[in-house]
Design a protein. Structure first.
Length: 355
């Protein structure tokens, strides 16, 4: 199957089970190595297939190829060069997903929001990935030590806590800078999505340990608790982003449609922030690929139009799926032209003229 996509908006429509979401999955797998629905390979294969191939040419001229079988490691190539990880590919092909799971960004566990922050930092701060990997390694080793509880536990904890506090403070510094720079973009997008109704809305970043003390002190004070429960109870891995309205978490007071709109704002404004950040760093061609599955679910026409307007103001490529081609009848008014494709029984047909 060979597709040439519009650099801005593309709409794939077809019945349930026709293969629309599989296309989004393929792009996501190519970008980060796994689907947004499962980490397993088998569900991504056709019924009788033992492997799959993906190939993409980016507007930068870069070429990405992936061969994956259920019984072997993936073979990933960038411009014909073998890749041992997805680091370079993920940098070139940043993707954001807006689907039925997007609610989790607001009402899901804190880990979802931490991953969202870390994803952005990976793209705008080159040193962050090394820092994050070091922290994760130290946390794993410290937790293993707590579970083993050797006779010299306190002495060993002192060594690990020294390393953990240094790397943890660095992660916290990066996150605080990003939040301070990102929140104005978020509030601007939210004001467009919720005109005149944002009074009392607040975004708070909790670093993962008590305010007013550094991580070294927090680790020292929580040592007894950590030994008791055999796990590290404070640090950046416990950080949180709280979104409240008049003192209450919006997951408790907003409707499902409003929560989805906030989640869309989080992702779209982050893309706008990252584009601006990259521009300041001298990269004028940076953009995100948005994979948007059934945008109209839970959103009324006014909310959909607000989301599409915000996407238009960015320079991101957007790939929509919908059961009906009429679901985005107002898209032409926002974009002029866009790619339009019909998906049927796993096959994709370009529809002309394009909307």
């Amino acid at each position: 199957m060979d597709l040439e996509l519009n650099p801005r908006f593309n709409i794939f429509f077809g019945d349930n089970g026709s293969g629309k979401t599989s296309l989004l999955e393929a792009i996501h797998v190519l970008s980060v190595g796994k689907s947004f629905r499962t980490s397993k390979v088998e569900p991504l294969l056709a019924e009788t297939a033992t492997e799959f191939f993906l190939y993409s040419e980016l507007d930068t001229g870069d070429r990405i190829g992936l061969q994956r079988a259920s019984s072997s490691h993936p073979t990933l190539r960038l411009n014909t060069n073998p890749q041992s990880s997805w680091k370079e590919v993920a940098t070139l092909l940043p993707v954001q997903v807006i689907n039925s799971d997007v609610f989790l960004l607001v009402d899901g566990g804190a880990s979802v929001r931490r991953r969202f922050l870390d994803w952005a930092l990976f793209h705008v701060e080159h040193s962050y990935l090394i820092c994050w990997r070091n922290y994760r390694k130290i946390i794993q080793q410290r937790n293993a030590l707590l579970k083993q509880s050797p006779t010299d536990l306190l002495a060993q904890l002192k060594v690990w806590d020294s390393e953990l506090s240094k790397v943890g403070e660095e992660i916290n510094r990066h996150r605080k800078v990003l939040i301070s720079e990102y929140v104005p973009f978020l509030m601007s997008t939210l004001s467009e999505f919720f005109p005149g109704t944002l009074n009392g809305l607040e975004i708070q970043y909790k670093k993962g340990w008590l305010p007013g003390i550094d991580l070294a002190q927090a680790l020292s004070e929580s040592k007894g608790k950590d030994i008791k429960y055999r796990a590290t109870s404070c640090g950046p891995h416990r950080a949180e982003i709280l979104i409240t309205s008049k003192g209450s978490h919006i997951a408790e007071t907003f409707s499902r449609g409003q929560i989805k709109l906030v989640a869309c704002a989080l992702k779209i404004s982050m893309s706008k922030y990252m584009e601006n950040k990259k521009l300041c760093q001298g990269n004028q061609s940076y953009s995100t690929v948005f994979l948007i599955d059934d945008l109209a679910s839970e959103l009324d026409q006014t909310s959909c139009a607000s989301v599409l307007k915000a996407l238009k103001e960015n320079k991101d490529q957007c790939i929509f799926t919908s059961i009906s081609q009429e679901a985005f009848s107002f898209l032409a008014e926002l974009t002029g032209t866009s790619g339009k494709f019909h998906v049927e029984h796993g096959k994709i047909y370009a529809v002309k003229p394009a909307v």
